[in-house]
Design a protein around this ligand. Structure first.
Ligand code: PPS
Length: 293
């Protein structure tokens, strides 16, 4: 399969996007949700795969164990707006799901999410991660994944990240927009990557309470073990082995999985500039990010 060219960024309804996330827009916009669909929404590189797998284990760990060895997570939890030539479209994969609930991943900013999910009052889980680790993770992801523009060098990439010259626009607008939505939409559960790292068991309890699930202590332990970074890195269901357009030799998808890896990339000046930038940009003071745990 030929690798499609690196895409250009362009303005899409006020958000910087690329064609691989917008080419199927009419169909995405007209997607038909079901009331029990669960949406996992994130800015890229914020812990999407982690939470998708956690949900997959919570819902289907007992009933579909055979799938564990076969179907990759990116098929089981379709990426709604993804549209790459020669590959199944995320929207079609979502339509084809026969499981209940359907787990659906998106990176869309809140204002672009198809209305159907709100109309059906679907549960939504938003995962947010501190901007410094997101920037580093995204930098390495763009090196190895040609559905994003080429990252260039780290300094230039960080500047573009802070300027919001990335697919899905500025990080701060994304996390802010979803935070604001949470204030009026009770079926939105907002999670922080740093909290997952610090106390996964407690975060699973909160998630289960939001989802009205009550796994046994044994199930919970088995899920905690299955979603550990090292286990997911070794698991071909979750590590994106054979995923289209990713060159895992350049950088693995399951790369580092830590809070604070930004320290190995940022200079002191970059760190201070970044802190100051987001102090100014984040609208809601209640929305706070930890860059270490
Ligand atoms: S994507 O491509 O936007 O869907 O990427 P996403 O899954 O949101 O984020 C990838 C980063 O999440 C890390 N990750 C984990 N961290 C801790 N524990 C577990 N189990 C886990 N699974 C994925 C992954 O390593 C990426 O972060 P970095 O910092 O690059 O390692």
């Amino acid at each position: 399969m030929e690798t499609p060219p690196r895409p250009e960024l362009f303005d899409f309804h006020g958000v910087s996007m690329t064609k691989y996330f917008t080419d199927n827009w009419d169909n995405v916009k007209n997607f038909k949700a079901k009331a029990d669909d669960i949406v996992i929404a994130t800015y890229p590189k914020s812990g999407t795969t982690w939470v998708c797998y956690l949900l997959d284990r919570l819902y289907f760990g007992k009933t579909h164990p055979e799938k564990e060895t076969s179907l990759p997570l990116y098929i089981r939890v379709p990426f709604l707006e993804l549209c790459i030539p020669g590959h199944p479209k995320g929207k079609d994969l979502a339509d084809e799901l026969t499981i209940t609930p359907r787990l659906i991943k998106t990176h869309l900013p809140v204002q672009l999410v198809p209305e159907t999910f709100w109309e059906h009052n679907c549960r939504v889980i938003y995962v947010a991660r501190n901007p410094k680790d997101v920037a580093v993770s995204h930098f390495h992801f763009c090196r190895m994944n040609s559905i994003h523009p080429a990252p260039g060098d780290w300094d230039g990439f960080l500047q573009r990240f802070m300027d919001g010259n990335m697919a899905y626009g500025p990080w701060h607008e994304h996390v802010d927009g979803w935070w604001e939505k949470k204030q009026t939409y009770p079926k939105l559960h907002y999670i922080f990557y740093e909290d997952l790292t610090e106390n996964l068991g407690q975060e699973i309890d909160k998630l289960c309470s939001f989802l009205d699930l009550s796994p046994s202590a044994e199930e919970k332990e088995s899920i905690i073990s299955a979603v550990k970074f090292d286990r997911m890195k070794d698991n071909k269901v979750t590590n994106f082995t054979n995923a289209p357009l990713m060159n895992l030799k350049l950088s693995p998808f399951m790369r580092n999985g830590k809070v604070g890896d930004w320290k190995s990339h940022f200079t002191v000046a970059q760190s201070e500039q970044c802190d100051e930038h987001y102090k100014q940009k984040i609208r809601n003071p209640a929305l706070q990010f930890r860059t270490e745990v």
